[in-house]
Design a protein around this ligand. Sequence first.
Ligand SMILES: [Zn+2]
Length: 349
Amino acid sequence: MASLKDILKEIRNLSTAEQIRLKEYFTKYLTPYADSEPVFKEVSERKHKEGYTCSYCHSKRAVRFGKYNVKAGAQTVQRQRYRCKDCKKTFTDVTNTPIHRTRLPHKWLEFVQCMIEGYSLRKASELIDVHYVTLFYWRHKLLSALNQMDVEQFQGIVEMDETYFLYSEKGKRKLSRKPRKRGGSSKKRGISNEQVCVLVARDRQKMTYSRIVGKGRIVKTKLDEAVGTKLSSGNVLCTDAWRAFMTYAKDKGLEHYRFKSDGKERVKGVYHIQNVNNYHGRLKRWIERFNGVATKYLDHYLSWFQFLDSIKHRNDDTTVSRMLVESCLFQTENTYDKLRNINIFQMKC
Ligand SMILES: [Zn+2]
């Protein structure tokens, strides 16, 4: 076997073009992987911030249990394995995370970068050399994890407003209704069951809730299911004039300011719904790039946008690793089959 000295000598003998190719090889197969190590380290530290914790039963009686090898790119690295003394299961830092069982962990950071840039799957596929169908599943595994990030408690003034998206079965082979022209609008006037209601609630610290709450006009019970546990008597609601908001605020005994959608009175001092309306505007513009999102995935896209909005579209190494780290802190048991079959209305309505 050649010594390193010999190899270096050989490299010097290569043509400039060959040397450049070699450099590209090293950049592509070695460096990105090294970059992903801090992410694994951070996931590990945050998961076990109160001592080793079982990924399955959350018992604190977990111990280190040998190492395992991971092959990634041109390298093999060792990772920590753990064992739970209570449920006896073994697990790793990535068990049940989006990057569990992927053979290409080093590609994930590059893919997250593409997601932050908002690249299409095809473009991302060309850039990082992973099939776009695989990337579709990566996207949704990541988003189903991010989707679990939730507001615990709103502070002070909370702006709430609903916005509507056309119900869509994009990607499904057999439609249960006649197809619409792309970008077409619902035939029925006003808000109907062809529209999916998304509730956005946001306090002034910019803690944001944005989820599908059902089909058609929002009703009081759905409001309570969505944000009931996040509100307390100290909150002040600012909403549009829709009746459901009024009766809801009354039931909860919350101070409430309403703003008519004719826009005549937009602000009452610090009370207004302009932050949430601007949020809707940004969300709608951002989501246009996907040419219609299947309703079953809409919640995923909402959390994607929410994440991007929370980092103010900063795109640097910190942001990229944060997105991956955050998503690895949540369990996702989404298999490819489950992802294909999500029926949001069975789950939520
Ligand atoms: Zn356990």
